[in-house]
Design a protein around this ligand. Structure first.
Ligand SMILES: Cc1cc2nc3c(=O)[nH]c(=O)nc-3n(C[C@H](O)[C@H](O)[C@H](O)COP(=O)(O)OP(=O)(O)OC[C@H]3O[C@@H](n4cnc5c(N)ncnc54)[C@H](O)[C@@H]3O)c2cc1C
Length: 307
């Protein structure tokens, strides 16, 4: 599913008028949970101030809210990788190819999307901030990956230069001590920015959101809801960040010997029985939303869980 389609679907579930975009918000005071005299205080770009019972700060990798809540915490670090993403209209409406190709210090991947489109991504080691000398990132992709195996050359030739996104990848190497402070909960990259090599950054943000909604709905007070949120999400996301970093290290190898060893290990892993592969990936994919877990424990879905 294209990310924009998922965002549209989720936004479509909100009551009319609930979603306002285009205004920066800054946390001035995180407040004190369960003390009605100490709400969180926010300032919008137009200077107006607002108080809030709960602030969910999903303000991305360079989160200003994280800086306010945990001022001494190390900032996200450049991972060494730059990345490209693009969606290529493929005339053929049948599902296209699916897979990843690894090389020395670089990889590319393709995924079919509905509607005859193909998602192509690529990552390569590069100094932070470098960009294609002529400003044409599709040409840069062709320079770097145009000689790789099919279907990459054909797909890159069909890519539209203005639709190629390039981002340097930053990651939070040291986990935060908690995902909340006062009445503010951090969510998504603001809480646990990771490399994209497991395709999990946005997935973990969705898990955060479902968990926070659940704890806020079921806990007896905001303080205990936010404690439960951090307790549930910190170990889980720290594990995924580390798993993704391990893959990044494997992609990063460049010497001929190390690449041969890595590729041999991958080829052998490809011969493992499917059950072993599924078992290995289970810690990442076997997550259950908390309301379903409590429904299972209680033998049915409670009203709170339905909510
Ligand atoms: C190449 C690449 C491939 C990826 N592939 C995948 C994948 O396959 N699967 C996956 O799950 N994840 C993937 N990710 C990771 C994913 O993109 C991120 O983890 C995800 O976008 C994080 O979402 P977020 O809402 O936390 O932050 P963001 O998407 O960064 O959104 C933060 C938002 O907050 C806004 N904002 C910032 N400050 C303020 C403020 N003061 N007031 C108001 N708004 C503010 C920003 O404008 C922005 O809109 C990939 C990332 C890269 C770079």
């Amino acid at each position: 599913m294209h990310r924009a389609d998922l965002v549209r679907l989720l936004a479509g579930q909100l009551p009319t008028g609930a979603l306002h975009t285009g205004s920066e918000a800054r946390v001035l005071d995180p407040g004190v949970p369960d003390d009605p005299t100490r709400p969180a205080v926010l300032a919008l770009a137009d200077g107006t101030r607002h108080t809030a019972e709960l602030v969910v700060a999903a303000d991305g990798i360079h989160s200003p809210a994280r800086g306010l809540l945990f001022p001494g915490h190390p900032a996200p670090r450049y991972s060494g990788f730059t990345t490209w993403r693009t969606v290529i209209p493929t005339r053929d409406a049948r599902p296209g190819p699916l897979g990843e190709v690894w090389g020395p210090g670089a990889l590319t991947g393709v995924l079919p999307l509905p509607g005859g489109r193909t998602y192509l991504y690529a990552a390569a080691l590069a100094p932070a901030g470098t960009r294609a000398a002529d400003g044409d990132e599709r040409a840069e992709l062709l320079r770097r990956f145009g000689g790789w195996c099919a279907p990459l050359p054909g797909l890159l030739a069909a890519a539209q230069p203005e639709l190629v996104l390039r981002n340097d990848v930053f990651e939070m190497v040291t986990p935060l001590p908690a995902f909340h402070h006062g009445r503010v909960a951090l969510l998504g990259d603001a809480a646990h920015a990771m490399t994209p090599f497991q395709g999990q950054g946005a997935c973990q943000a969705l898990e955060d959101a479902v968990t926070l909604a659940h704890t806020a709905w079921t806990a007896t007070g905001l303080g205990s809801a936010l404690d439960a949120y951090s307790t549930a999400r910190l170990p889980r996301t720290t594990g995924v960040v580390r798993r993704s970093a391990r893959v990044a290290r494997a992609v990063a190898v460049r010497s001929r010997v190390a690449v041969t060893l890595r590729d041999t290990a991958l080829a052998l892993a490809g011969r493992l029985p499917e059950s072993a592969v599924v078992r290995g990936a289970a810690p990442m994919f076997d997550w259950q939303p908390p309301h379903l877990l409590s429904a299972t424990r209680n033998g049915g879905v409670s009203d709170a869980a339905r909510g």
